[in-house]
Design a binder for this molecule. Structure first.
Ligand code: 2RA
Length: 340
């Protein structure tokens, strides 16, 4: 006996990855429904070795369906997630709409799976921002050992975080720089992204930070520990898939870099690639399509009493979105929606 699973936003990058990962991990699916806007209705999408045709989200009845993985923006989520939840279908939402709602659990299974019991409040579970997910996977095992006081993170976020349009803009601009007459002005991003970096993701807030940076602070506190001080600088870089992060961590207690490396090697969801030699570290092009949160460059920060620096890379469409959502569904199924 399996589950009747809906993927909402099946034609987008994250929606397609949700279907791929449900099949890869052999999630027990009795029936799958791939939903998209009316204009995309009938689009054939891969689901393992099968294909499914998209149905119209607007007319879909969620009654009798067990789990709905949402991969659409907050506006559409605001309309359809309550409909699904009211029909008794548990929503796992990748948008930011419900992440900061105290009644809605915000889950990274390797970090706070126990909080999933809160799904009963609204029949909704929130998936974190991609840049948060990989970071808390890295922080959790170290926090358990030496209690983190403060985190300073700089991100190097790929253009796929901005959707298909972000990917297209990098491709078209890069091509345009080499093919006369095909120059492409910035449209999705505020400045040229090809061969450039942009220290601005999402909107600016009154304190001078961006909403993307605020998300990393707020979500780390909700998922891991509200006492941890977090400051972030989120930067868009000309990489198609794979977010990278330089993370500086200050602990309550001293943690030796060798012990930190050993702890991370054993941590769930983590792969350590850390040799002090050419190529002894992870780069984003190497993480694409993987499940792991990769960690490299683990070293003492001798400028403070109890500091560690590290480099963290993960596929933002997978651990940063679709994989984490499917892992939440696995925990939900195993702990809360037991089938005969
Ligand atoms: C980005 N984290 O990278 C945001 C949303 N996916 O653009």
């Amino acid at each position: 006996m399996g589950y009747r699973v809906v993927v909402v936003g099946a034609t987008g990058n994250v929606g397609r990855e949700m279907l791929n990962i449900l099949a890869e991990r052999e999630f027990p699916v009795d029936e799958i429904a791939a939903l998209a806007s009316r204009k995309s209705m009938g689009t054939e999408i891969s689901f393992g070795d099968k294909t499914v045709k998209t149905k119209d989200l607007d007319n879909f009845d969620f009654t009798g369906w067990d789990i709905a993985l949402f991969a659409v923006g907050s506006e559409a989520t605001k309309i359809y997630a309550p409909k699904a939840a009211a029909s008794g279908c548990v929503v796992i939402d990748n948008s930011s709409l419900y992440r900061y709602d105290p009644a809605v659990p915000l889950i990274v299974p390797e970090v706070n799976a126990d909080a999933i019991e809160g799904y009963k409040n609204k029949m909704i579970i929130a998936n974190p921002n991609c840049s948060t997910a990989q970071m808390v996977v890295a922080l959790k095992p170290l926090h358990d050992r030496a209690r983190i006081k403060r985190v300073v993170v700089s991100t190097y976020q790929s253009v796929s975080g901005a959707g298909k349009e972000g990917i297209d803009e990098l491709w078209d601009q890069t091509k345009g720089l080499y093919v006369p007459g095909q120059e492409v002005a910035p449209s999705k991003f505020t400045k040229q992204i090809a061969f450039n970096v942009i220290p601005h993701i999402d909107v600016f807030l009154d304190d001078g930070s961006t909403k993307e940076e605020w998300k990393m602070v707020a979500e780390t506190k909700k998922i891991l520990d509200k006492s941890i001080k977090v400051t972030a600088t989120c930067v868009r870089v000309p990489v198609f898939v794979g977010h990278s992060e330089s993370i500086n961590i200050e602990f309550e207690d001293f943690l030796d870099e060798h012990e930190a490396r050993d702890i991370l090697r054993e941590a769930p969801g983590v792969m350590v690639i850390d040799k002090r030699e050419n190529g002894g570290y992870i780069t984003p092009v190497e993480c694409v399509g993987d499940y792991a949160t990769y960690i490299s460059r683990i070293r003492q920060d001798s400028t403070v009493d109890n500091g560690i620096n590290l480099w963290c890379v993960s596929d933002n469409l997978r651990k940063g979105a679709a994989l984490n959502a499917v892992q939440i569904a696995e925990v939900l199924g195993n702990r809360c929606l037991k089938k005969g």
